[in-house]
Design a protein around this ligand. Structure first.
Ligand SMILES: [Zn+2]
Length: 135
């Protein structure tokens, strides 16, 4: 890998938006901005899994379903996020659903799963992840 491609990989947001990390999920991870839509929160949580940002994942998890901590499996390498379907979850909505496909590599094998995630807004109007079901 040349140095240029290394730098480019570092700068592109892991959520797959094609935008630089600094203009995409980073401001959300740093608490400078908040997700406007359920999809944006979904993307930023996927990037947080890639970057192993436990604090952000817990912060954006609804208290009723939030685990004590988030375990990152070092053998899992996240490869790709694809948003398949959205229901509500827009700026003015209070609830939303996002169906996505996530692909990861473990050892020499590549896996993927499809999940329909449920989101709601908290009292301050910030999006939270509630739970998800595998499809
Ligand atoms: Zn992003």
């Amino acid at each position: 890998m040349t140095e240029q491609t290394t730098r480019k990989t570092e700068q592109t947001c892991p959520c797959g938006s094609g935008k630089p990390y600094s203009l995409c999920c980073q401001p959300l991870h740093q608490g400078v901005e908040f997700a406007q839509t359920a999809e944006q929160l979904m993307r930023s949580r996927y990037s947080a899994f890639v970057l192993q940002l436990q604090g952000y994942l817990l912060q954006t998890w609804a208290p009723e379903t939030r685990p004590q901590d988030v375990a990152f499996d070092p053998a899992m390498s996240w490869q790709k996020l694809t948003i398949l379907e959205k229901k509500k979850g827009r700026v003015r909505d209070q609830k939303g659903w996002v169906t996505f496909c996530a692909e990861y590599q473990a050892g020499l094998q590549r896996f993927k799963f499809v999940e329909k995630s449920r989101f709601r807004k908290d009292a301050q109007g910030r999006w939270l992840y509630v739970d998800g079901e595998f499809i």
